[in-house]
Design a protein around this ligand. Structure first.
Ligand code: FES
Length: 127
């Protein structure tokens, strides 16, 4: 089940894939579709004990849907935009795996990230 968070900080815990579920287009609620698809794929790949999917109302990048962030305690954070809710699920999960495996979440080799290499808006280092 996708956690829902609105206007409050995400609880410290498992690393999180934060998905804006209010990102939408003429095709509808694309962010919500991405969040649900990610949750299913993370469960299918048995990653649910390593990372969680968190739904938020907005990541303040509304002009570049769908927006998604990776964040976790002691790890670099990443922000991605222009994600496709169905076509990018595999690349998001591959990116999540690379992020979880990387020292302090700092992905050195992004070759596994597929199209997400071109959707990265920000990488925030661990401090
Ligand atoms: S509606 Fe998705 S970032 Fe604002």
């Amino acid at each position: 089940m996708v956690e829902e968070v609105s206007a409050r900080p995400v609880d410290v815990g498992l690393p999180a894939v934060i998905v804006c579920t209010t990102c939408r287009s003429e095709q509808g609620e694309r962010g919500a579709v991405l969040a649900e698809s990610l949750q299913r794929e993370i469960a299918r790949q048995c990653l649910g004990e390593s990372v969680r999917v968190v739904a938020v109302d907005c990541l303040n990048a509304c002009g570049e849907p769908v927006s998604l962030a990776l964040t976790g305690e002691g790890q670099a954070s990443y922000v991605f935009n222009h994600l496709e809710p169905t076509n990018d699920v595999a690349d998001v999960v591959s990116t999540v795996k690379a992020w979880l495996d990387a020292d302090r979440g700092f992905i050195e080799d992004a070759s596994a990230c597929g199209r997400l290499r071109f959707c990265l808006t920000a990488r925030i280092p661990f401090v």
